[in-house]
Design a protein around this ligand. Structure first.
Ligand SMILES: Cc1cc2nc3c(=O)[nH]c(=O)nc-3n(C[C@H](O)[C@H](O)[C@H](O)COP(=O)(O)OP(=O)(O)OC[C@H]3O[C@@H](n4cnc5c(N)ncnc54)[C@H](O)[C@@H]3O)c2cc1C
Length: 405
């Protein structure tokens, strides 16, 4: 950790100095300008700089996760490739879950190609009847010798159409209460019986998909944890998802708020009235408070996976991003209504926005994806503030006996 003393001198911890040196050596030996992305990322993984808190030999050095920001900032400043942009679900959620729950064989097999982006990953949790109530899901897994046969439907699966592997949770024991009857697997997205169909969003694009499983066979060795561990495995994914979505620490004044300021500065003088200036200033302050809150959460997070506090960053980043884009469109006036094309495309990256109008439309999903804002409020109320819990009538009933339509 970098500390500034009363004299204004910066002291850097031994771990941070080590990480800085290793990253600089990587960049010097493999200059991003002349090295292809796959080679660079492979070297980054082999040097333990992929997820710095992972075990040595699996892309990490066993150090504090907050040092990853130091590495990422140096790689970004050198215009190096960032895995999280090309393989966001893989890097932010699936990698940490495989590391926490996978066997050594699974970690060896999956983590490096995930990080080099040779193999894209997707997260197969949500179903038509189970989004917020994800533990109530219906897709079934039935054991057949050394394999499991899976049937069911997943939905909103980001980047499934370019994915090689999926992190799948299915119900393997319908007689257990809903949280206890789930099991997690790594599923081969090219296996027979896996069908991926595009789902179009309001931007016109289809970043996500419906995924159908029909008698899909998954080897028993591809289970993460044990039968019945699926809920606990999913919590690792979901906590990492929230931090991955809302826990970023951009430079002061950068990110979406910089987009708003850019629009503001380009406005003709007569449209920069006091009311609009007030609104822009308020948003700038909110963005800075969000950034500082994430810095504090990152400092408090010593090792391993984030806790329920990650929901603060997730919730505020969603609300703030939406508010900023609303202001952008307000400032643009009639121009804000112009949209290039609604032609259906299936992008091979998620969250890419090439216009302000598209950024605005895409931001509407922020308070749904990765857990809705209402559900974040429940988590914060119950698990952080200790308030009375939500009403849950199905918690102690075997899943098979819970009424559903
Ligand atoms: C852009 C995008 C990408 C996504 N990518 C993926 C992905 O890759 N993989 C994946 O598995 N899923 C993905 N999702 C799905 C996402 O996780 C779900 O949409 C989300 O969890 C909400 O579930 P739902 O859509 O079924 O809504 P519901 O759970 O049906 O909720 C409907 C409304 O009811 C409210 N609500 C529900 N329960 C409560 C409660 N207990 N208290 C208060 N209010 C409540 C919700 O806040 C919401 O407003 C994605 C979604 C989006 C929008």
């Amino acid at each position: 950790m970098t500390v500034t003393d009363v004299g204004g001198h910066e002291t850097v911890s031994a771990d941070e100095q080590r990480v800085r040196d290793l990253t600089d050596e990587l960049i010097e030996a493999f200059p991003p300008a002349t090295t292809d992305a796959r080679t660079f990322l492979g070297e980054q993984y082999d040097r333990g700089l992929a997820w710095v808190h992972f075990d040595e030999g699996f892309g990490g050095l066993g150090l504090s996760p907050r040092l990853q920001a130091v590495i990422n900032a140096r790689v970004a400043a050198a215009a190096g490739p960032l895995c999280m942009l090309r393989n966001p679900i893989g890097y932010g959620m699936c990698g940490p879950t495989v590391h926490a729950w996978g066997s050594d064989d699974q970690k060896r097999r999956y983590l490096r190609p995930l990080f080099t982006c040779e193999e894209i990953w997707c997260q197969l949790f949500s179903e038509p009847g189970s989004g917020s109530d994800f533990a109530g899901l219906s897709s079934r897994g039935v054991r057949d010798g050394d394999e499991w046969i899976v049937n069911g439907q997943k939905v909103w699966t980001t980047l499934a159409h370019v994915s090689r592997w999926g992190l799948l949770v299915v119900r393997t024991d319908p007689e257990a209460v809903k949280h206890a009857g789930l099991t997690a697997f790594v599923v081969d997205m090219t296996a027979p019986g896996v069908e991926v169909r595009p789902l179009r969003q309001m931007t016109g694009e289809a970043e996500f998909n419906e995924v159908y499983f029909t008698d899909t066979r998954i080897p028993h060795d591809e289970m993460l944890g044990n039968p019945g561990d699926g809920w606990r495995v999913s919590l690792t994914t979901l906590m990492n998802e929230r931090t991955s979505i809302g826990g970023g620490i951009p430079r002061k004044g950068s990110g979406t708020i910089a987009t708003l300021l850019d629009v503001w500065h380009k406005l003709p003088e007569d449209r920069r009235d006091a009311a609009a200036r007030d609104a822009v200033t308020r948003l700038w302050i909110r963005a800075e408070v969000h950034r500082l809150t994430n810095i504090r959460a990152n400092q408090n997070r010593r090792m391993g996976d984030p806790g329920p506090e990650g929901s603060i960053g997730k919730m505020e980043s969603a609300n703030l991003n939406k508010a900023i884009y609303e202001q952008v469109i307000d400032l643009l006036g009639a121009e804000g209504m112009l949209y290039g094309s609604y032609e259906m495309v299936r992008p091979d990256v998620a969250l890419f926005s090439d216009s302000l109008q598209k950024g605005f439309l895409r931001s509407r999903a922020n308070s749904i994806e990765g857990g809705t804002t209402e559900v974040m409020q429940n988590i914060l109320g119950e698990r952080v503030l200790g308030l009375p819990g939500d009403v849950r009538v199905d918690r102690d009933v075997p899943w098979s006996q819970v009424p559903r339509n």
